[in-house]
Design a protein around this ligand. Structure first.
Ligand SMILES: [Zn+2]
Ligand SMILES: [Zn+2]
Length: 75
């Protein structure tokens, strides 16, 4: 599979990861491993509870999603 972002720039680079958010294939240059806190919603009998897991999951993002998710948040 080829890197989607490189393809947009007219280049052809072999992809090595998949962005977990948008699902595009990205090369080493365009993938960012980011630690994202994971919030799980547990449904009980009568309600639900939001729990943030103690250990953030390392996740692979493309540079586009990284901008959208991480850079925005830190503003
Ligand atoms: Zn690329
Ligand atoms: Zn993405």
């Amino acid at each position: 599979m080829k890197c989607y972002i490189c393809d947009q720039e007219g280049k052809s680079t072999e992809a090595l990861a998949i962005c977990i958010v948008c699902g595009i294939a990205v090369c080493k240059k365009h993938q960012i491993r980011e630690q994202i806190p994971v919030t799980e919603t547990y449904k009980w009998g009568l309600g639900e509870e939001k729990v943030t897991l103690p250990i953030p999951l390392p996740q692979v993002l493309c540079t586009w999603c990284h901008q959208a998710l991480v850079v925005q948040k830190t503003k």
